[in-house]
Design a protein around this ligand. Sequence first.
Ligand SMILES: Nc1nc2c(ncn2[C@@H]2O[C@H](COP(=O)(O)OP(=O)(O)OP(=O)(O)O)[C@@H](O)[C@H]2O)c(=O)[nH]1
Ligand SMILES: [Mg+2]
Length: 560
Amino acid sequence: MTGITGRLSEAFRGDQGVHAETLVSRLDAVRRFLDAVDGQVPDSRLVAAHTLVERAATRLSLSRDHTVVALAGATGSGKSSLFNALARLELSPVGVRRPTTGVAHACVWGPLDGANRLLDWVGVLPRHRFVRESALDGDDESALHGLVLLDLPDFDSVQRSHRLEVDRLLGLVDLVVWVVDPQKYADRVIHTSYLREFHRHRDVTLVVLNQADRLPPAELPRVVDDLRRLLDADGLAGVPLLATYAIEPAGIVGLREALERTVAERQAALRRLAGDVDTVVTAMGELVGAQAPGDAPDQATVRALDRALAGAAGVPAVAEAVEGAYRHRAAGATGWPVVRGWRRLRPDPLRRLHLPGPARDADRPAESLVAATSVPDPTAAQRSALGLAVRQVADRAGDGLPAPWPKAVTTAARSRLGDLPDALDRAVAGTDLGLDRRPVWWRIVGGLQWLVSLAAVAGLGWLVLGYALRALGLPALDTPRVGEVPLPTLLLLGGLLAGLLVAGANRPVVRWAARRARQRAEKRLAAAVAEVGAELVVAPVRVVLGRYGQARAALRDAGR
Ligand SMILES: Nc1nc2c(ncn2[C@@H]2O[C@H](COP(=O)(O)OP(=O)(O)OP(=O)(O)O)[C@@H](O)[C@H]2O)c(=O)[nH]1
Ligand SMILES: [Mg+2]
């Protein structure tokens, strides 16, 4: 019996092989993925990916000339017997009392030196390391040079420590030979807990049905077929399946050949890691989903946020004050001089709000200022409208993203809410409300008012002088007339009338210009406030969406 019943010609189907550079760049992509999701996804969900990155880096830095092969299986399946048969030495005790092997044993074909660091990392104690290098062997063993064969404890042990040790080692080795025997090959544990879990490592998995000598020859093909069916159901279709028996050298010829081929290819370590990357990429896939992120919340949502921010920042109140201040100042500059004075006594609506704020007064960077204006605090309604708008931004941005991203987006949107009140106040204080310069037409109308008032005063003076001369019996002044009306009277009445007319005609113009000033200021304030929203609410959301995009791209690269 040669013991080969599997499709050995197809062994480790990756005919094209795994390129080390490709593997390294896929691992880099996993690393980029981890960087991108850092802080956004709970660490507990990233353990497998972190473990892979670390483990792969170490394995690749250690000997690539060695292939670490583990014999794994249930107790009594004959792992130690196969180990000894392959080594042609009695290295690992074979016993009647089960389980026999408690810690991993290793046999190295070729010099031990190169393999020692590998075995340190794998965690095989030095006293359980053996070398298969003997002058007596001649070239017999040279085909296996580079093989590091491990005999593992059983995984179905009554000893919990065995199972833990097996699980640990199975995560590190390059290739696993699953040893089953005719009695227990269908046991549930090996299929559900191990073989099924290994379906992404088909390229580095080999199954042997040991103790084939115990079966009647006619029975063997039926058992092998049955086992093949079970393996197919485990997702391991196509893995090499060999029948072996450890009691004679002839019974392990097929296994030996398979191992020789594996060692010669030097692909197992790379294939193992590539399979690990596949597993991680699939597992992490649910963290990034199929949906690409939008680059930001949509325009309408941002506009709603800006409106809510404007309300909370008191923009309508400030804009109203700007209109009032414009009228106040325009009236001061262009009103009838007779009543201008008492207008000045009335307070300027903007100054009442302490605007413009110190940011513009002192020419200092706005960030260095604490809240300084006396704009009224937002009402409860404005506050809740703002909370709602922020939540809306988060909801929209996180819409359709897989967990935990929507939560991360919400956290980001709210992350700087505490800074908002001061930032909004600074934005309002720092906005140029457009009232600094006095319009030219104010000066023209103001000049005109002075001119007509001067005329009225001159007329009045002239008349008073005329009355005084007459009262003192002095010769009267020669008073010129315009038509029937004496010039001084014309000056006085004309000046007064013109002043009132100019003031009257100017009023609607001032009202119109004040409304314009309000709109202009409102626009500037809205822009300043929107900038605050963009910086404190939208930007943090964008950062998270950016991370999501990076994570998605990195995982796509890792999957290639
Ligand atoms: N007939 C026959 N007996 C075998 C074969 N392989 C192993 N045995 C016997 O089966 C028993 C168990 O063998 P071990 O090699 O100790 O089995 P193991 O898988 O290492 O067991 P644990 O160390 O307990 O996990 C021993 O009595 C062996 O002699 C085989 O191919 N044919
Ligand atoms: Mg054993």
